[in-house]
Design a protein around this ligand. Structure first.
Ligand code: ZN
Ligand code: ZN
Ligand code: ZN
Length: 397
């Protein structure tokens, strides 16, 4: 299997995965969770390097407090699983087997009993299941593991996954640099905007993300003119022309070692032809807000304060009602994960937290603008991973 998808996994990656498993197990201990069934979602690649295809067939890593983790995968997916390097056992299942029965046997095997088989107190009583597991998987487990309590695995994994280790920061850095190269191609006019539809520009951005090294494109928002006021606008047939602001927000997954990739996410807003004075002024406010958010990002500061710092600048300029979303989201194996940079999140930031700082100003019926970078908390400050020009770059009509 070493020549497969995970052939490039170095020793450090294996050591990192081993440390993650140990940390997860100590949280299982603290939170009294006896076992985890990690199916779709990012907990699985975080521990194994294997990202399950979002199909109906079951893929799941069964983690108990002490037995070796067991990765149950459809036989035809097994060749894609990186070399386990002793971290877990692989159990491919054939088309006629019942994978839920295999999972249940692994759970029972770890302690010899499951809740309901006696009150010895040694059985599996609380099971964490991936937040993104299919409900069909959870329903089947609930039916077979009678008497068990089920919790979301993020309860255990989210705070751990939010702390990126060095290999993860390196992967995020590489993904950001690749996204930056695409952003620069837009800013230098290499990707033509005027006279093309949003959809055409969006497909060119997607193709460039791939040619810059991404293995997958997650989204390429191109929102021009009044469409820019819709933050998640789907690129459509509108033809971009002089006087438009164009919000380009794109990202995907890039892998350094052949296993599951880490995400990029960047937004730059471009002006096609010289913008109105009022638009330029609003952009200056936006850029100042984004800088204030980045400056607030350091260890010990509650996540919500980064949001407050950015929002304050926009509010003081009298534009507060046009900033209609939170300031950012964590990023890693998933495009959106903890920590969320939102009012009310009092969790103090820690070294290794990676997240976006992306304020926006959206004026219904007229235009929108957003500026987004990924930052990693380094201690007394943060490292900004995206370096593409932060100004409102004007491109030719
Ligand atoms: Zn978004
Ligand atoms: Zn974005
Ligand atoms: Zn984002």
């Amino acid at each position: 299997m070493s020549s497969g998808a995970g052939g490039g996994d170095g020793l450090d990656v294996v050591a990192a995965r081993r440390a993650r498993l140990a940390a997860l197990r100590s949280r299982m201990e603290i939170l009294q969770v006896d076992a985890l069934v990690l199916s779709h979602g990012a907990d699985l690649p975080w521990l194994t390097g294997y990202r399950a295809m979002p199909l109906e067939r079951l893929s799941a890593l069964v983690v108990t407090r002490d037995a070796d983790p067991l990765l149950v995968v459809p036989g035809l997916e097994a060749p894609k699983v990186p070399d386990p390097k002793g971290l877990f056992e692989l159990r491919p299942w054939s088309e006629t087997e019942d994978p839920i029965a295999i999972v249940c046997a692994a759970l029972a095997g770890s302690t010899g009993s499951i809740a309901g088989t006696g009150s010895t107190g040694t059985g599996i009583r609380t099971v964490g299941v991936s937040d993104r597991a299919w409900s069909s998987t959870l329903l089947a487990l609930q039916e077979r593991l009678e008497g068990c309590r089920f919790v979301a695995s993020s309860m255990l994994s989210a705070p751990l996954r939010a702390l990126k280790d060095q290999s993860e920061v390196a992967a995020l850095r590489a993904a950001a640099a690749a996204a930056d190269r695409v952003a620069r191609a837009l800013q230098e006019g290499e990707v033509r905007l005027a006279g093309r539809s949003e959809a055409e520009v969006s497909s060119e951005i997607a193709a460039r993300l791939v040619s810059e090294g991404h293995s997958r494109v997650n989204f390429a928002i191109v929102a021009s003119g009044s469409n820019g006021a819709s933050p998640h606008h789907d690129a459509g047939e509108r033809v971009i022309s002089g006087g438009d602001l164009v919000v380009c927000d794109f990202g995907g997954e890039l892998s350094l070692d052949g296993s599951a990739g880490y995400c990029s996410d960047i937004t730059r807003t471009l002006a096609v032809g010289e913008p109105l004075r009022e638009v330029r002024d609003a952009y200056e406010v936006l850029a100042a807000a984004q800088r204030a958010g980045v400056a607030a990002a350091r260890a010990g500061v509650p996540a919500g304060e980064v949001d407050a710092a950015a929002r304050k600048v926009i509010e003081e300029a009298g534009l507060g009602k046009y900033f209609i979303h939170r300031t950012g989201h964590g990023i890693g194996l998933e495009e959106h994960e903890h920590p969320y940079i939102v009012e009310g999140n009092d969790m103090p930031l820690e070294v290794g937290n990676a997240f976006s700082v992306e304020p926006g100003i959206y004026v219904e019926g007229r235009f929108g603008m957003r500026l987004e970078d990924i930052v990693v908390v380094t201690g007394p400050g943060s490292e900004v991973l995206n370096q593409a020009d932060h100004a409102l770059v004007v491109v030719d009509t």
